[in-house]
Design a protein around this ligand. Structure first.
Ligand SMILES: Cc1cc2nc3c(=O)[nH]c(=O)nc-3n(C[C@H](O)[C@H](O)[C@H](O)COP(=O)(O)O)c2cc1C
Length: 452
């Protein structure tokens, strides 16, 4: 019996999970080009359980934000909700169930990774380690299935023996999973090894639930190859990773696009969803292939901000405009929140104090991709170079908002903008200090939307 309450896994062409690649822009791009279902990258249960869910009105997204460092661990949006499957890395039934519950209303399905052969997965009893602990694997699936009302699947690699693989799949299917993804390689095999399509076929013939064939990228160069892969594996659905990583338009029925066009389409989504520059760069680099061989590639390697990357594909102005708008919205949103708080309590930081050099600056994490670029680090290094005493920070908390004053060289600096945590507030005050020290100029603050 299929435990498929909404999403169907029959006759589907799917973007397979890929760490660092399958963030929101790539998933949206795959949907644009015709993928029916898109998997997230593997997200480790501990990491997600340390997140809080936040509706992001500025981006029209839902963000799962790490409580410790404020980074976005998982960003999704209404458009992909009916098609997105979140893949969990786990070795524990109750943690897996808790994660599934946390994201249940934001995704269409849950997948458990049972195929990752990487050291950290195997050592942690996750990924392919579960293939040798079928009772644990089944307990994880059962726990998740009984907790959420959306379909649950798993993705495995094959075992050494074809019959053992079929038996394992039957056992997993008996838990009530909606489908099973099978990568036709053994745990320690690499992409150069042949994908054992016959094993996938044997599983597909033995199970009633949909089997999703995976591992065929080497032979999937054009759309028609997807159909061939379906036929040789006897599966109704196919899951594609590396071919899509290199050129996501593989999902287009009417033929692939040239890579530069795909990069531009990708960058549009990256801009619209305020992607982290480092992640965008990683994905674009994978599409470009050997970057060292071309002038564009070498210039690309020098980029560090989203704007710089976008400039190379004539999307710099669009990026700047969009970032400016997003930052204005963020300012307004935070100001509103701040004003609400002020009605409740008196302002502990006296903004009218004349001995504080202040400016309304917002700390935008994505502007500082390298640790040495961070305003606090920059200020610290400036102090060392100029043989000044090190800056000292004092932060006031006001309900859920924070404001910091940095004392440096006997002067005080603070941003009039209330931040959402102490770390951001300190960075904000460092920005103001760096402005008064002439390290940042007004133009820089304005262009990057730092100034409110
Ligand atoms: C960059 C990269 C990251 C991957 N990350 C994951 C992952 O997070 N979870 C997973 O189950 N498999 C992951 N895989 C494996 C793929 O999903 C897929 O099983 C494998 O690449 C074989 O399919 P293909 O021939 O279509 O590439 C990853 C593969 C690549 C190339």
């Amino acid at each position: 019996m299929e435990n498929n309450k909404q999403l169907s896994y029959r006759n589907k062409i799917i973007l397979a999970p890929m760490v660092k690649i399958n963030t929101l822009p790539m998933r949206l791009l795959a949907l644009d080009y015709g993928a029916d279902i898109v998997y997230t990258e593997e997200l480790i249960d501990y990491k997600l359980l340390n997140c809080h869910r936040k509706v992001n009105d500025t981006l029209n997204s839902v963000d799962f934000i790490d409580k410790s460092d404020g980074t976005v661990v998982f960003r999704t949006c209404p458009r992909e909700k009916p098609f997105v499957v979140l893949q969990i890395g786990t070795n524990d039934p109750s943690r897996a169930a808790m994660v599934a519950k946390l994201v249940e209303y934001d995704v269409a399905g849950i997948d458990i990774n049972m195929g990752c052969p990487k050291g950290f997965s195997l050592k942690g009893g996750m990924g392919a380690a579960l293939l040798n602990q079928s009772d644990k694997a089944c307990a994880i699936l059962s726990a998740v299935i009984s907790t959420v009302s959306i379909p649950v699947t798993c993705k495995i690699r094959i075992l050494r023996d074809i019959n053992e693989t079929v038996s394992l799949c039957k056992k997993l299917a008996a838990t009530g999973i909606a489908a099973i993804g099978i990568h036709g390689r053994r745990i320690h095999e690499r992409p150069i090894h042949e994908n054992r399509n016959n094993v996938i076929k044997a599983v597909s013939e033995a199970l009633e639930i949909p089997v999703i064939a995976n591992g065929g990228s080497k032979d999937i160069k054009v759309y028609e190859d997807i159909e061939k892969f379906k036929i040789v594996t006897g599966c109704s659905s196919v899951m594609i990773a590396r071919s899509a990583e290199k050129n996501c338009s593989i999902f287009k029925r009417d033929g692939k696009l040239e890579v530069p066009a795909v990069i531009r389409d990708y960058l549009h989504h990256a801009i619209n969803y305020d992607s982290v520059a480092a992640n965008t760069k990683y994905c674009v680099q994978n599409m470009m292939g050997n970057v060292h061989e071309t002038e564009l590639g070498r210039t690309f390697l020098e980029t560090s901000t989203l704007q710089e990357i976008c400039d190379l594909w004539q999307l710099g102005d669009y990026c700047r405009e969009k970032q400016k708008k997003m930052n204005m919205l963020r300012f307004e949103e935070r100001d509103l929140a701040c004003n609400d708080q002020k009605r409740i309590k008196p302002n502990p930081v006296d903004e009218t104090q004349d001995d504080i050099n202040s400016l309304k600056c917002m700390y935008i994490r994505s502007l500082y991709p390298m640790p040495e670029d961070l305003p606090k680090t920059k200020l610290l290094n400036w102090a060392k170079t100029h043989r000044k005493p090190l800056p000292k920070y004092h932060t006031e908390q006001f309900e859920k908002l924070f404001k910091s004053i940095v004392t440096f060289d006997n002067k005080k600096y603070s941003s009039l903008f209330w931040e959402k945590n102490k770390r951001c507030a300190e960075q904000g005050s460092a920005i103001v200090c760096l402005y008064f020290l002439n390290v940042y100029d007004m133009e820089y603050l304005k262009i990057n939307g730092i100034l409110g």
